[in-house]
Design a protein around this ligand. Structure first.
Ligand code: PEP
Length: 253
């Protein structure tokens, strides 16, 4: 089964409106209408519309970093997936480790977000990953299995709308990229667990991205692993000098 790689930039709470728009234009110019790989960017909510306009004419997808799992209502300060869809968003990032750990998002809340995001006709990228303490206590696979259970709510009509980002918390923003073989072991386990939750066909077709200090000089080795289907990139997605080569990287031989 060939899985088209996804290269995604998570811009977190960075950039100004002008810088995000300029970066979107540069990403669009680099990716253009290239086929064989998918590209997506996740700007902060308030930059979504500007970024959308600057991606026009390219096939770069527009992503949002979060949502609140209600269609509408009295939820001051929150944003519905339906509003995001209405705004032209294609993809929703759910369960990023910064949301799990800094904003205390629970597995139960993440399940609701996955469910409503898909219902709102958005693609969903579910982030999973263990902390350093969990890895050292040999709990990595247990944590991944627990977090991947959120996919249980995905109905067959949405099977091609989901992807997973394996992001070990200890590798995010630290410069401590997982060794390609370490990433491969975790990805293989994610795929095995997904097989149990959604069946072998989905396990074979779902894209599982690696995230955690991906840079131009380590992306090829990661992409060369059989179960690594792309990269979710934080810091190195904030300049075209770094993100450009990542978008164009090929798996190493
Ligand atoms: C991320 O935020 O998803 C991420 C992987 O960040 P970084 O690439 O900076 O480690």
């Amino acid at each position: 089964m060939t899985r088209q790689p996804i290269l995604a930039g998570n811009w977190k709470m960075h950039l100004t409106k002008r810088k995000a728009s300029a970066l979107a234009r540069d990403v669009a110019a680099t990716q253009g209408m290239a086929t064989g790989r998918e590209c997506m960017v996740f700007p902060t909510f308030v930059h979504l519309d500007h970024v959308r306009r600057n991606l026009k004419g390219s096939n770069v997808k527009l992503g949002a970093q979060n949502c609140w799992p209600k269609k509408e209502g009295a939820f001051t300060g929150e944003i519905s997936p339906y509003m995001l869809r209405d705004m032209g968003v294609d993809v929703l990032l759910i369960g990023h480790s910064e949301r799990r750990h800094l904003m205390s998002e629970s597995d139960a809340l993440i399940v609701e977000k996955v469910k409503l995001g898909l219902k709102a006709k958005l693609e969903v990228m579910l982030c999973v990953g263990e902390t350093l303490e969990e890895r050292e206590a040999n709990l990595t696979f247990e944590v991944l299995a627990r977090q991947l259970k959120a996919l249980k709510v995905v109905k067959p009509i949405y099977f091609d709308k989901i992807s997973v980002a394996y992001e070990p918390v200890w590798a995010i923003g630290t410069g401590l990229t997982a060794a390609p073989e370490t990433a491969q072991k975790a990805h293989q386990e994610c795929r095995r667990v997904i097989g149990g939750v959604l069946g072998p066909e989905v396990a074979g077709s779902i894209r599982i991205l690696y995230g955690g200090s991906v840079k131009p000089d380590n992306v090829s080795a990661l992409l060369s692993q059989p179960d690594v289907d792309g990269a979710l990139v934080g810091g190195a997605s904030l300049t075209i000098e770094q993100f450009g080569p990542i978008l164009q990287a090929a798996p190493s031989a």
